[in-house]
Design a protein around this ligand. Structure first.
Ligand SMILES: C[S@@+](CC[C@H](N)C(=O)[O-])C[C@H]1O[C@@H](n2cnc3c(N)ncnc32)[C@H](O)[C@@H]1O
Length: 294
């Protein structure tokens, strides 16, 4: 297969980089990488892999776990079995961020970060922010760290912290310093039947959270008010039918300017894109639709 000038340049540069990195057989690795990402020379092998992928998808393995990569807010993230596949639903958080008045240089926590999708997308949009992604499951942390290293090459920078949100001591050093806390936590009630992609092929801890699905959201809310600066925001993604309870919960925790934002454009048959926002500060309660707040 004939390669163009740009492909040939990229391959020559890759050979130098692989050698410099100490990879022991750079020619072999380079030919596999070229075959996988630039030009498939073995058509029979490509066809076999395609058929295997289709059969996995028919077994309801999540598409992201089969492809090993998912595009989220223009960021190519590596994913695989054992880590939650980021969903377009979470982009409602970034749309809200774009319209917010979050101060330059503010510290941000992405709690329940999984592969790091939300925190990394925030850092890409706002490189001035100091973002830390928090996750407790080892497999997810491995993907998180890999994505952080991978996207540092695109000048997107965040920190990783392996910690359990239920252990408030692990967060003591952030006390009253955080300008924004975002979270897409597990929020499905324990007994709810889900599509096999989530019910069977995602870790339980990434999906379910107690009898009403709100165990971790309660933990996050209680933790958040100890970490936020005055005027700092808490933004949590959740199920549409949980909005009223969460607004009440926020109100019970000194959070004000409480509003639920529903983004129909990022919703699909698998669920609604919805967040509730609260702030350590002013007073009113509203619900907004399609990204408009009231
Ligand atoms: C719904 S997934 C969301 C992942 C990521 N935010 C995203 O949108 O792709 C929830 C994540 O929370 C993590 N998690 C669950 N319980 C946790 C806890 N107690 N402390 C820290 N992380 C937790 C899970 O391992 C999982 O990665």
């Amino acid at each position: 297969m004939r390669l163009g000038k740009y492909e040939q340049e990229a391959i020559a540069q890759a050979r130098v980089l692989l050698e410099e990195a100490g990879v022991w057989d750079p020619d072999n690795d380079l030919s596999s990488l070229v075959d996988r990402f630039i030009a498939r020379t073995d058509r029979q092998r490509a066809l076999d892999e395609f058929r295997l992928a289709v059969s996995e998808r028919c077994n309801r393995i999540p598409l992201g776990h089969i492809l090993g990569i998912v595009e989220f807010d223009e960021l190519p993230l590596v994913v695989g079995s054992g880590v939650f596949i980021p969903r377009p639903h979470s982009s409602v958080i970034h749309k809200w961020l774009d319209g917010s008045e979050l101060a330059q240089g503010a510290r941000v926590l992405d709690l329940c970060a999984g592969s790091g999708a939300i925190g990394l997308a925030i850092a890409r949009r706002r490189p001035d922010l100091d973002v830390t992604c928090v996750e407790f499951e080892q497999v997810a942390v491995n993907y998180l760290k890999r994505n952080i290293a991978r996207l540092a090459t695109k000048n997107v920078h965040v920190n990783a912290l392996q910690a359990d949100i239920r252990e408030s001591k692990a967060f003591a050093h952030f006390g009253e310093q955080i300008g924004l806390i975002v979270a897409n936590p597990p929020y499905v009630p324990r007994k709810m039947q889900l599509q096999p992609e989530w019910g069977d092929h995602h870790p339980t801890a990434a999906v379910y959270s107690g009898a009403d699905g709100l165990d971790l959201i309660r933990q996050i809310t209680a933790l958040a008010i100890t970490l936020l600066i005055s005027g700092g925001w808490l933004v949590i993604e959740h199920g549409e039918d949980q909005a009223q309870v969460i607004r009440k919960l926020f109100g019970q925790h000194q959070l004000t300017e409480i509003q639920t934002v529903i983004d129909r454009k990022s919703s699909d048959a698998t669920g609604t894109s919805v967040i509730t926002i609260g702030r350590l500060g002013a007073n009113d309660i509203g619900v907004s639709r399609n990204g408009c707040t009231n």
